[in-house]
Design a protein around this ligand. Structure first.
Ligand code: FES
Length: 270
């Protein structure tokens, strides 16, 4: 029998047993398209995120830009503060978005899907299946810093908090600028759609799937956990799609609020 790499399964895996092929790849299709698109898309997200973190127009009643929420800095305007709190003292001069960046960024950075994406697109390790990588040595995720990818399961809990905060922000967007309930602007709809996509992405996480029913020996003895696992498994099958949709939804929602805050978008029901 042969493995997909063409190596007899009886042979131990190792570099010496690999076929000595000089060509970098024998693939004739356009294997570079997917990593090139991933590279462009992730780069655009990073550039936008860098700009947004330092942009000060992140709040306009009743909307707050997702990249700057929860707003916990003393510099946050009164109405923007999460639950009215400002636990970071005056000595925190960093932008509010910067202070909470670790949770969503850590979650996405260590996500199994994004790892595949940026290992291929940025590190070319390898750029695609059956395409040799340029690096001479491969240690996987067995040592620092990549061993820290194992923290993903803990970032999941942080992501749940962020999902809750974004849902709370969307609910608050049902008030008008005077604080009366019943407002429903385009921004309200955008914040709700974004919160829904963020939840779908978060719950489709592989760690979440494991939390619901991983290590159970008998599904029949845990019907509720089995139900949750079945639901999460369905989302999990679309994890890549949800990763992209939620990444763009959070970016567009953030941009929309900033454009309203800057007065660039000012039509009725904005
Ligand atoms: Fe992608 Fe957990 S595996 S968010």
């Amino acid at each position: 029998t042969q493995t997909t790499a063409g190596r007899p399964t009886s042979e131990p895996a190792g570099r010496k047993q690999r076929a000595q092929i000089k060509a970098r790849t024998l693939r004739t299709d356009r294997w570079w398209v997917a990593p090139a698109i991933t590279f462009a898309a992730l780069t655009s997200f990073l550039v936008y995120g860098f700009w947004a973190i330092f942009d000060k127009s992140y709040f306009v009643e009743p909307y707050i830009a997702p990249f700057s929420s929860p707003c916990l800095a003393t510099s946050c305007p009164e109405g923007a503060r999460f639950l009215g709190l400002a636990p970071f003292g005056d000595w925190w001069t960093l932008p509010p978005g910067f202070l909470i960046l670790g949770l969503p960024a850590g979650f996405r950075l260590t996500c199994y899907y994004y790892r595949k994406g940026y290992y291929r697109a940025f590190w070319l390790s390898p750029p695609a299946c059956s395409v040799a990588e340029p690096h001479g040595k491969y240690t996987g995720e067995t040592r620092l810093p990549l061993i820290l990818q194992n923290l993903h399961r803990y970032f999941f809990y942080g992501a749940v908090l962020i999902g809750a905060v974004l849902t709370y922000d969307a609910v608050l967007a049902l008030r008008d600028a005077e604080g009366n309930w019943g407002h429903f602007g385009l921004g309200t709809a955008i914040l709700f759609i974004n919160a829904a996509l963020i939840w779908a992405y978060t719950l489709s996480c592989h760690s979440c799937r494991h939390i619901t029913a991983g290590r159970l020996n008998h599904f029949s003895k845990h019907p509720l956990r089995y139900k949750m696992w079945t639901f999460v498994s369905k989302l999990n099958a679309r994890h890549m799609l949800l990763a992209w949709l939620s990444m763009y939804s959070v970016m567009l929602a953030d941009l929309y609020v900033r454009l309203v805050a800057k007065g660039i978008i000012n039509f009725p029901f904005a």
